[in-house]
Structures are given as C-alpha cells and as structure tokens.
Design a protein around this ligand. Sequence first.
Ligand code: GDP
Ligand code: GDP
Length: 454
Amino acid sequence: DWVEAELDDLEVSGDHGDDSGPLPVVAIVGRPNVGKSTLVNRIIGRREAVVEDVPGVTRDRVTYEANWRGRRFTVVDTGGWDPDATGMGLRIAEQAQVAVELADVIVFVVDATVGATDADEVVGSVLRQSGKPVILAANKVDNQQLELEAAALWSLGLGEPHSVSALHGRSSGDLLDEMLDALPETPQQTFGTERGPARVALLGKPNVGKSSLLNKLAGEERVLVDPMAGTTRDPVDELIELGGRTWRFVDTAGIRRRDRELQGADFYAAMRTRAALERSEVAIVLIDASEPLTEQDLRIIGLVTESGRAMVVAFNKWDLVDEDRRYYLEKEIDRQLVRTPWALRVNISAMTGRHMDRLVPALEKALDSWSTRVPTSRLNAFLTELVQQTPPPVRGGKQPKILFATQASVEPPKFVLFTSGWLEETYRRFIERRIREEFGFAGSPIEVTMKIRE
Ligand code: GDP
Ligand code: GDP
C-alpha cells in the first residue's frame, strides 16, 4: 500500500542542504511489505502523505529529511523506487546496490514473522560486501514472544538483529539510536580543504611547458616539500600554495627529472599519466597553443576523461600566438575538443605569466563541480518538468517514464534514472545536457545511466 506523494520537503523548506553541507543519508532497504514505509513514517514522525496525480512521471515520495535527538539526516525509502515489484530477485539486489552507493548507513528491514527469505539473503550478501554500516531491523516484533523470531535473523551474517515494531513503535527509539551511532560525523562525500590539499596532475606531451609552469607557480609562491611522499632527495609531489590554499602537484619528480626517453615512449607516458591521474582529483592538461593540436594531446585528454577526474585544459605559449590568429585558434580548439565541451579552458603563458591568475579559479571551479551533489528533490522536480515539456520518444507504442532519479555519487557526479522503459541514447544525452545547464558542472565529467523496470 504505497502512497504517492509530493517530492520531499527539503525543497519546500527551501533548504537544499548545501548551506550547512550535505546531510548524512540513511537508506531503508528490504523486500516489499516488510514495513519499510511504516518504519519511515515512524522515523519522520508520521507526516501526512500528500497524494499528487502528475501525468507523465510517477512522483513517488522517496526522500525525507528527518531529525532524531537533534541530528538531521536524509532518509531514502527504496520501496518507493518500485511500487509494484513482482519477480523482484535481481531488482532488489540492484536497489540494495544503489542504496549502498548513495547512503552513509543502511537499515535493512526484514519481516521477523516470515524469517529470512531468499531475497533477503541476496540483499544481505550485497550489504555484507559493501563495507558500509548496516543495521538489521527485525520488524513486526510486536511483542515479547516474537523476540525469538528476531534472533533467528542472526543467520543473515549482519550482526545483531534489532527487533522493532514499526507499526506500534516498539523499540523504534532504540533502533534510531543505533542508527545515529552509525552515522558518520561528516557524510561520505565531503570534499575539499578538510581532506587536505587538493591533488593536481599536471599533464602534457614533452615540451609543452610543464616544468616552466611548475617553476612559475612554485617560484612565485611558497613551495613546500612534502616529507611524507617519496624520498627527501627526490620528492614525488610538491605542495604549492596558490590562492590561499595548498595544492599537491603529483608526480612532479617525473616532470622535473625531464625523463625525455620515458616521456617519449607512448606506452610509458600513458602509464605514467594514468598513475598520476589515479592519485589526483583534477588534471591540468597543458597544450602548446603555438602548434597544431596533435594525436598525443587528444590521447592525454582521453585518458583524463576515462579517469573520471575534473579537467582544466590550459593552452600554453599563448604569447607566441598572433593577435589576429587568436580568434580562429579559439574556434579551431572548440572544434577539436568537441568530445569534452565541459572541460574548463584557460589561455596562458608560463613564460610571461599571462593569465596565470585564471588557473587557480578554474581548478577550484572544476573541483567544485566534481563534488557537487544535487539534492534528490531538486533533481526530481527538475526532471518532472523537463519530461513534461519534452517527453521521451515513444518506443514500441509505449511511452517510457522516468520513475525516479538520484545522484548516486559524486567525484565524479553519477546520476541514475529509474525508468519504466528504454530511453533512447539521444534522449539520455539530452537529459545529460540539460542537467549540466541546470546545475552547472563546468570542469567535471558527469555520467547519466538508467535502470529499467522490466
Ligand atoms: P513496505 O512495502 O516494506 O514499505 O511495507 P509497508 O510499510 O507498506 O508495510 C506492509 C504491511 O505491514 C502494512 O500492512 C503494515 O501495516 C504492516 N506492518 C508494518 N510494520 C509492522 C509491524 O511492526 N507490525 C505489524 N504487525 N505489521 C506491520
Ligand atoms: P616540458 O617538457 O613540458 O616540461 O616543457 P618545458 O617547460 O621544458 O618547456 C619546453 C620549452 O618551451 C622551453 O624552451 C620553454 O622555455 C618553452 N616554453 C614554456 N612555456 C612557454 C611559454 O609560455 N611561451 C613560450 N614562448 N615558451 C615557453
């Protein structure tokens, strides 16, 4: 008996959670009918559900803001993703998987009066492998006599079953306390200064000006040699203060050493680039603006895209470009970077110092985009409107619907659309483009995938 309702109240209160940072997320998972929505009502204090009939998109109410003992958090009811679940084996595992991706804590609800079913076992194994804190709620334990049934759920291998009666409220306070204890101090996805220096990979084919740029940046500012990384003789990374913030330029030893042979060999160059990307959050791809863009430049851009890192493309040696050629060069560059229109661009000169002051804001913007989380409410409200204006193309006489969308992760941002049918690639691209326009992900790759309800 799932109730459709308006989208969550985060939106109504005008609080998108981004002023005080993202709230920790608790996901409620479990088979249909185990009592998930009853438990959610219990957690949020039995709010009246409002039924809204919006043609085109099912606006299931799935995320709520909750507060327990003064601690605010977001509750996601995965039951709302799939109101008429039938033959749910695989799908439930999928739901659990998405819950794991987006949540800080998972509450796994099992009907203690039924016991662990095959589907419960499947969910249990997904959750065990996740490494995320899981609280096992043995629901429908309405009285003392049923405690024994709850104890049988130890068999799921998820630790102690917490018996509760969502309907009558029995022990639900204890369950909430347990949940609160498991919540991290700060949600999983916080990023930035708290986590230490932002890590930058400075990439580019030989002779584009990597060491010149590094010298320029390090020369003007204070360079710190990180005692942790590498040996004292040959530090791997350099910490450079720029714009009031410390940045870790990774693998600068490789740049300073000027290992021409190694850099020249494609295979090693790609390996080194991949390794640097692995350790970084944002990449500066340096390109020589005084020469035509080469295969190698595009390959490096390809490697960054593949890595899912934020990206700033810096056209160096801009001082060598004639005034009258600049306009045409910009157009040419647009054309060649058509696959990564989202990359931020700056035109600099490591020699003269031209526009060096634009580099740091570009890095900051790219990192910011990379860790942006769009609240589920805003995302769904936006998509509801978008789909109404431009519905997905009909396929096989059927109009696919977007049932629910969520941003499953950040760094990079990944969106999952839960749909009732296949969305054409062109339509998904359209959605991706519109998400970019609406929420601004300049400098960051984003991913939009769909999960289809069969
Ligand atoms: P969901 O599909 O997992 O969201 O399950 P619901 O919350 O819709 O609950 C399914 C049914 O179980 C409803 O009829 C609820 O009233 C009932 N139910 C939920 N929690 C309890 C409980 O603690 N005890 C009992 N006896 N019934 C419950
Ligand atoms: P790397 O191999 O990528 O580290 O490139 P280097 O920093 O060694 O630079 C290669 C050559 O390009 C050197 O001769 C630099 O002086 C020159 N160079 C670097 N940046 C600029 C620039 O902005 N303008 C001009 N005109 N020359 C530059």
